[in-house]
Design a protein around this ligand. Structure first.
Ligand SMILES: [Zn+2]
Length: 406
């Protein structure tokens, strides 16, 4: 088939483009990085050499970077008789490299080894960004125009809430309610998983205040750490017991999860009773549950332990994202993707949900249909992040095939 052969033919070009993406440090500025400006400029100038009908920048003002904005790049390839635009949304920002000593190579100097490309952003979200871009380029090279418009969107700020990325673009009213949205930002190893739903997210910070004293004199202290331990134990058991539904749509983790995660430093020495204790819960809740009901339960249990240990416990909500309604499994955009994946690969696809949260959830909140797909080994946010070249090239074929059918 012409399209497939062409992707094979340009595979070096595709690999080089991903290496270029990795080599630009576009770490999210709210995570301490320098932001997306340089990568956006590179993409914009490259897109302008291709046959797009429109290439536009939408810069969201943001003082966190000295240049004062967060770029978003939108490119349109017009169809022959469009009923809608079909958007492919990927993000330009990356998470920080983390502990450098855990990396075998410089995270921003891509290394090709054993059929893999290593570097920060290789999987998240570089591979899909490049694969969608070269999916369109394949059609352009072969002078193929699809029926509907194909839109590429490269957003900023996906890793820290999307206020300057997809949320900003939604406010610019560039999308139509009839449009479709593919968000290739998650997936599994053989590309069989099509994501149509995400869980609700609730992040809690729990601050317990007691009274600090010498460890030999608990009678004059109020041990905040002990109160927090007992409170967390009951909270953990209670939430798991009450919110115990199973929804097979969520595959390997078909339940609500309530995880005590971060614990802040308290005292430096063993012989001091801590007067303050700070810990966090990361809760990923099945869409059927009401997050406010969970918060009420948390507050009731909290009161019990305030009384029991004579301490003050403050519950701060750090993130609260109510899960939107899933994109229907029978939606034509799901079926089209299924058809492309299954006709190019020897896999049977299945639809389901994940713990969250991608740009797709934000779009679904606006009642826009959004589907997440990709082929990857799950190395995002880790040291030695990589993507298999095979996955990069095979995904490009799927996008070219899909775009040709849209
Ligand atoms: Zn991502």
């Amino acid at each position: 088939m012409e399209i497939i052969n062409h992707v094979e033919k340009i595979s070096d070009e595709i690999v080089n483009a991903l290496k270029k993406f990795i080599s630009i440090n576009s770490v999210n500025p709210r995570a301490g990085g320098s932001g997306e400006k340089e990568v956006a400029e590179w993409l914009e100038s490259y897109l302008k050499t291709l046959k797009f009908d429109e290439v536009k920048r939408y810069d969201a003002p943001d003082d966190v970077v000295e240049y004062g904005f967060r770029p978003n790049v939108v490119a349109l390839y017009k169809g022959t008789s469009p009923e809608r635009t079909i958007w492919f949304i990927t993000h330009m920002d990356k998470v920080p490299e983390g502990d450098l000593s855990l990396w075998d190579h410089d995270p921003f100097d891509p290394v090709v080894k054993d059929g893999k490309i290593y570097g920060r952003g290789a999987e998240d979200n570089g591979s899909s960004l490049i694969a969608t871009l070269f999916g369109v380029k394949t059609l352009m090279d072969l002078n193929i125009k699809p029926k509907n418009n194909i839109g590429l969107v490269f957003v900023s700020d996906e890793e820290t809430g999307s206020d300057y990325g997809i949320k900003y673009l939604l406010k610019q009213k560039i999308f139509d309610k009839n449009d479709w949205f593919y968000v290739p930002d998650s997936g599994n190893k053989d590309g069989s998983f099509i994501e149509i739903a995400e869980k609700s997210i609730l992040w809690l910070k729990i601050v317990t205040e007691g009274k600090q004293a010498h460890a030999s004199t608990p009678n004059v202290a109020k041990n905040a750490h002990r109160a927090a331990i007992y409170f967390a134990k009951e909270l953990d058991e209670f939430l798991h017991e009450k919110y115990n539904a199973i929804d097979e749509m969520f595959g390997r983790t078909p339940i609500s999860t309530f995880e005590p995660t971060k614990k802040e430093h308290n005292v430096d020495n063993i012989n001091t009773i801590p007067g303050t204790d700070i810990m966090y819960f990361d809760c990923r809740v099945l869409p059927q549950y009401d997050l406010n009901e969970i918060l009420n339960d948390v507050n009731k249990i909290k009161e019990k332990y305030e009384l029991k240990f004579d301490v003050k416990i403050a519950i701060e909500v750090h993130q609260m994202e109510v899960a939107p309604k899933p994109t229907p499994a029978e939606h034509p955009m799901v079926l089209k993707l299924k058809e492309s994946v299954e006709s190019l690969r020897n896999v049977k696809t299945f639809v389901g949900g994940i713990g969250g949260g991608t740009c797709a959830a934000i779009l679904r909140h606006e009642s826009l249909p959004a589907v997440v797909w990709g082929t990857m080994d799950h190395t995002a946010h880790q040291p030695n992040e990589y993507i298999r070249i095979e996955h990069l090239i095979e995904d490009t074929k799927v996008y070219a095939h899909l775009m040709n059918n849209l």
